[in-house]
Design a binder for this molecule. Sequence first.
Ligand code: NAD
Length: 499
Amino acid sequence: MTSLAPPFPARSYAFSPYTACHNWIGGAWVPAASGETLPVHNPRHGEVMGHVAMSAAADVDQAVAAARAAFPGWRDTPLKERVQVLFRLKALMERDIDELSWLVSHENGKVLAEARGDVLKGIECLEYGLSLENMAQGEQLDVSRGINCSITHEPLGVVAGVVPFNFPIMVPLWMLPQALAAGNTFVLKPSELVPYGALKLASLLQEAGLPPGVFNTVNGAQPCVEAIVDHPDIKAMGFVGSTRVARALYARGAALGKRMLCLGGAKNHLLVVPDAELELTASTVVASAYGCAGQRCMAASTMVAVGDVQHIVDAIADTTRKLRLGEDMGPVIHQAAVDRIHRYIDEAERMGAKVLVDGRRVPAVGGKGSWVGPTVLDHVRPDMPAGCEEIFGPVLSILRARTVDEAIAIENANPYGNAASIFTSSGAVARYCIERFDAGMCGVNVGVPVPREPFGFGGWNHSLFGQGDLTGYDGFRFWTRPRKVTSRWALSKDATWMS
Ligand code: NAD
């Protein structure tokens, strides 16, 4: 079957089944060699919307063979021609934005506006890749009389990406534009929980004119990912997911001498001081904590309340209580996530935290699906699991500190280092904090300090294993290797015909 993926028909939250999700290899939909599949659940309804292939080493081999075969032709296609495919992909994504947004909403559970945000941010990442045709010209210099050194950035060959469930369109597009524009061929392993975003991307790339084999997908879980890491013909792998997996895969790939960049989980701290502007702070913290049901690596999962900011804590609790489940906030990904989140809340309460807003016993929207209401925990301490570990759900843990230095010490002591933000109306306080945060992405009065393109995305410490950011120009560097050429083209003495 080489046809485009069938359209996803839903234009509301009403349950809609979808097609079987096979692998996309060499320009064709291919079931896993074993025939194994896994049900894909719609988290809002808790119902099976389709099945996804569960691949293993044989399927990875097949995808890599297709990508290898496509590499010479794609590498030899000029960059300016390669990016034309990405220009067409952008137009097609804009054409299909409603379909893509509803599909993301159904497989992941995001409310429509958030799902649309996933697609729009993916398009923005694509735009960065498009701009490489005007930026990736390399460098050259005459380093001596008659001697010139130049650098070109060469593709690596077959490369791979492994992505999480929380942004089915955006995270693949953190990798694909730079990797493909640079001339690599790609094998993507989508999250088995949300495989349909990548299915649509494969289909749209085909429609955009990408030659068969340049982009492939293999669906599956741990065995499939390990086969990718171990495959000798895959030259580099980008990973985005939890710290436990990021760290293990980084070590496994690095031991094989493979180029690896593995982004992990997060525990982001927002510091709120007494001169913070009340309404802006309350609404921004709430939006950050509960957007995408807290399932964002940039979520404000931890707020450190410095000094007397009780009025802001009260406003945050009030704003949180007004959130409408199902309209402003969607479900979490599955029942196991509900159980995990409940355990964190239970444990925090048992250890002395105060539950200001309790999302544990909310009725499921429509009576089914995996729901947790937005939750505010106050007087959390860093030694409580809710105060130091990633919960990845709609829970805001408020810790108390007497001074800014005490709050910074709490942030610094946490092993993650994805993001941190300070809420204040004082430039001096903002600067003091930013200079001391131990985090790669920092904000001032911003709840989700994602660096928009062209700035690169990537955290520090246990939030990123490897070197450099995954997006922006660092992404291009990750998916390429520099070739240095030193040339001497001075006239030789017998070149008399010149004179
Ligand atoms: P996850 O680590 O469970 O899964 C990520 C990917 O790895 C999936 O494709 C999955 O199939 C695969 N995988 C899972 N377990 C594996 C194993 N043992 N061996 C090999 N592969 C395995 O993450 P998730 O639950 O899909 O996503 C949520 C996590 O991702 C959170 O921790 C979140 O903070 C993180 N995340 C980080 C960023 C970032 O930029 N740092 C961005 C998005 C999400």
